[in-house]
Write a protein that binds this ligand. Structure first.
Ligand SMILES: [Fe+2]
Length: 202
């Protein structure tokens, strides 16, 4: 994706009357499984969903009902990436708008790459999907090259890999820095949280 090539050209999504409307877990997984064939991409979306939900519950002290929205946004944020690479984000947004889903969830999905989609993260849900998206994939890439995967993985080794441009070169270090600069939490703490919470996701 090149910068702004996927600009959505708008900053409001969905309809406020749909606040509180969600897809059921079954509907969400059906959408994921029918739109995304690539196992690795599916896993990435499930990992971002799991980390988002855990953050909502543990760090934002939100209810299960609110945390479910964080999970849903994480789970579906790349749903259209494989089938519609040229219209990534626009298609899943329109799908969720057509299904009358809560605008906060749709705005969150639209916020996962400000330099691509032209949408500024506003809520903490928006800011955290931007933080977790690239880092989650990066940390999983680091786990895949370790015999023990996540076991014994430490923050330092991830920081070192972030400073090694050739490792997972497609992951934008600039986006990670930009995302972290928008929240009050340090990068080390985020890395630790991701390591602890996405290891069990399969
Ligand atoms: Fe992603």
């Amino acid at each position: 994706m090149s910068e702004l090539s996927h600009n959505l050209g708008r900053s409001t999504f969905g309809n406020p009357v749909n606040s509180g409307n969600v897809l059921s877990e079954q509907e969400a997984l059906e959408l994921l499984n029918s739109w995304v064939e690539n196992e690795r991409l599916r896993l990435h979306m499930k990992q971002v969903g799991a980390v988002m939900k855990a953050w909502a519950l543990e760090r934002e002290a939100l209810s299960e009902e609110e945390a479910y929205k964080w999970w849903l946004a994480g789970l579906l944020h790349d749903a259209d990436w494989e089938k519609y690479p040229n219209d990534h984000c626009r298609i899943i947004i329109e799908e969720l708008e057509n299904r009358n889903i809560d605008p906060a969830i749709i705005h969150c999905i639209a916020s996962h790459g400000p330099s691509y989609f032209g949408v500024e993260p506003q809520s903490s849900m928006d800011k955290m999907i931007y933080v977790f998206d690239e880092l989650s994939g990066f940390i999983h890439a680091a786990a895949l090259i370790r015999p023990l995967r996540y076991d014994g993985m430490d923050i330092k080794s991830i920081q070192k890999k972030l400073k090694t441009p050739s490792f997972a070169a497609q992951v934008s270090r600039d986006d990670i820095q930009d995302a972290i600069s928008r929240i009050p939490t340090e990068l080390d703490e985020i890395i630790d949280f991701v390591i602890q919470h996405q290891r069990e996701v399969s």
